[in-house]
Design a protein around this ligand. Structure first.
Ligand code: ASP
Length: 439
């Protein structure tokens, strides 16, 4: 990888070529050629992402949960950790919802474009709206009833049933923890092996991202602009404002929320904290993967911040799997942005559904590049928006992924420091001299 151009650069180049191609097609009048010969590769890329969604969630959740055997031993640390993880996740989603509802990036698309998008995806959207109103008609607990599948193959058969798959994975993982170790050893090995294979598939799919993004962008521009290049400009404006909205939420977490938590509950200075975990943040930015960054995060938190191994070895791997505040913000902003772009009005109930499903989605998202984008399928499904809407944001996802992974890793490090501090460990008080040398 190192000797070639890094993936994010290739994706950026893919974006640039896609945009240039799309604009050239509008000006040169060869839009149909793009739609016939280029756009299908974008559809293939999206299909590949959707294809791995169910197996990825199923296996990574089962593997993650079944590793929690020590939870009973570490129940106090475990309780604090999980409690805070859930709190920060829900808070992050709420921040995302607050920002996107105020900024309304989707409404920067002109009315006609939104109408076009709505018509384009109308058939499926209508179906979903019918389902949605059927849900509303059948009482408040229908949502709960729908989460419980009556046939597991039914649940696996559609990406819209992702919550059912998550529930099954939870059940399976918890049952594994409750079964004697010797009995389930082969099952555990099986799932951890399959998990590695699936993560490899994600890696392979992400390698096709430069081409996928190129095709998607070129197709999107031709699709939306039609004969009117001005509407392509509107699309970029909307995408730019959407990206800034996500970035504002991410910045809030890193520069306001985490410092506030550290100041309130620990003795560590935020500057020292920031310096200590800087290497992990940079690696998160360049790999877009909290899992790949995990060894460095552990090293930084342990050696630079002085948190004990007992805490880091439990809090950080768990956090890399289930605590993704950056991903949470991204889920909330993206779901509402796509809904706005499709002219799909969201009720209060829809916003609540986003909080619930985005929490589950960020817990279920694997700590690898692009996982958050895939999990968005769940959130969109829950609010009755066509998952094809991912096409709108996929082109800008990689740079956003790089930034949200920084937040994911910083959140984990914050909780590790917080837990260690409440356990009476002298965090931040040790190894301060090393900080300047190491970072
Ligand atoms: N790339 C993120 C991570 O590894 C997950 C995501 O796609 O949001 O933390």
């Amino acid at each position: 990888m190192m000797n070639k151009l890094a993936l994010h650069w290739r994706i950026l180049i893919g974006m640039a070529i896609g945009i240039a191609l799309g604009l050239a097609a509008i000006v040169g009048g060869f839009g149909d050629l793009i739609l016939d010969w280029v756009k299908p590769f974008g559809t293939i890329f999206i299909n590949l992402l959707k294809l791995i969604a169910v197996p990825l969630i199923l296996v990574s959740l089962i593997d993650g949960i079944s590793n929690l055997t020590d939870l009973s031993k570490l129940n106090r640390i475990g309780g604090k950790t999980i409690g805070f993880y859930i709190f920060s996740t829900v808070l992050a989603i709420s921040i995302g919802l607050f920002l996107v509802n105020i900024v309304e990036p989707g409404n920067f698309l002109p009315e006609e474009t939104r109408e076009e998008l709505r018509m384009k995806y109308a058939s499926e959207a209508n179906l979903k709206m019918e389902t949605a109103s059927a849900v509303e008609d059948s009482g408040p607990l229908k949502v709960l009833v729908d989460i419980v599948p009556d046939n597991i193959f039914g649940a696996f058969s559609s990406n819209q049933n992702m919550l059912q798959v998550i529930l099954f994975a939870f059940l399976f993982g918890i049952a594994m923890v409750m079964t004697p170790k010797a009995t389930i050893l082969p099952v555990k090995q099986f799932f951890s092996g399959v998990n590695s294979v699936i993560l490899k598939i994600v890696d392979l799919v992400m390698r096709t991202a430069p081409l996928g993004v190129l095709a998607l962008l070129a197709g999107l521009i031709v699709d939306i602009a039609g004969d009117d290049p001005a509407s392509a400009v509107d699309l970029f404006k909307a995408l730019g404002i959407y990206s800034l909205t996500v970035l504002a939420g991410l910045a809030f977490m890193v520069f306001i929320f985490y410092p506030a938590i550290l100041t309130a509950f620990t003795k560590i200075k935020y500057r020292a904290f920031f310096q200590g975990i800087f290497p992990a943040q940079m690696l998160a930015f360049s790999t877009s993967s909290s899992a790949a960054t995990l060894p460095v995060t552990m090293e930084c938190v342990e050696h630079n911040l002085g948190v004990s191994e007992e805490v880091t070895s439990f809090v950080l791997p768990l956090g890399a799997t289930i605590n993704m505040d950056g991903t949470s913000i991204h889920q909330a902003v993206s779901a509402v942005f796509i809904a706005q772009a499709f002219g799909h009005d969201l009720t209060m109930l829809d916003q609540l559904a986003i909080v619930l499903t985005a929490t589950l989605a960020s817990i279920g998202a694997a700590a690898v590049p692009g996982a958050g984008l895939i999990m968005l399928v769940i959130v969109l499904g829950a609010i009755g928006v066509d998952p094809e809407g991912l096409a709108l944001i996929v082109a800008v996802d990689r740079p956003i992924d790089m930034c949200r992974t920084i937040v994911n890793v910083t959140g984990d490090a914050t909780v590790a420091t917080l837990v260690a501090s409440t356990e009476g460990e002298p965090v931040g008080g040790v190894n301060q001299d090393q900080l300047t040398n190491e970072s």
